[in-house]
Write a protein that binds this ligand. Structure first.
Ligand SMILES: [Zn+2]
Length: 195
């Protein structure tokens, strides 16, 4: 039987704002010149924020598409050690003080959480990252799953296999939304998204 997958996302996210100096430096180094997002390398990214991180269990840094997770959430999801599953970077707040209870996450395994026929996508000409904007009921395609149990979605959420999701379902995680994804054989968006 096919494994079930869940999307972990942030409800009403209050995205983090990158520190201006860090952002200018990052544009010259780790950010794609085409879409200004952190390149998907599997290498963790350290970020400097303008303010202390919001208390959300999951969040992202506006404009650069770096995702942030609370250490407590990572420990619950991955008791075997999140560092064995995800690339983990450091999060710094004002005056470059480390926010030790948060990490940036990076996963080279990517999956597109797709939607209906009103969904759209574009491909970054520089880094070839697919920017998919999902509308309607979300699902993933069986052919996209492969052997991985943990993905970052191209829209910046985590997608995890059911046994992992069960570790946090029912927990009190600030702003965290855990949503079961349908697994489909064929897309219903009518889009020919490159693999
Ligand atoms: Zn790009």
């Amino acid at each position: 039987m096919m494994m079930n997958y869940y999307q972990l996302s942030s409800k009403s996210p209050n995205p983090e704002t990158p520190d201006k100096t860090w952002f200018e430096e990052a544009k010259r180094t780790i950010l794609c010149k085409g879409c200004s997002s952190a390149r998907v390398t599997g290498q963790p990214v350290d970020v400097v924020l303008q303010t202390k991180p919001d208390r959300s269990a999951l969040n992202f840094v506006h404009g650069v598409h770096v995702n942030i997770a609370a250490v407590s959430l990572l420990e619950a999801l991955f008791p075997e050690g999140a560092e064995n599953v995800l690339g983990l970077g450091r999060v710094y707040g004002p005056d470059r003080t480390m926010a030790a209870e948060f990490r940036t996450i990076m996963k080279q395994d990517r999956i597109i959480v797709r939607g209906n026929e009103r969904s759209t996508f574009r491909v970054c000409p520089e880094c070839h990252r697919i920017w998919y904007s999902a509308i309607g009921k979300r699902y993933i395609l069986k052919q996209d799953i492969g052997a991985a149990a943990v993905f970052e979605s191209q829209s910046g959420n985590l997608v995890v296999a059911e046994p992992i999701a069960q570790r946090v379902i029912g927990g009190k995680w600030r702003n965290l939304v855990v949503q079961k994804l349908e697994v489909r054989d064929e897309p219903v968006d009518g889009l020919n998204v490159p693999g």
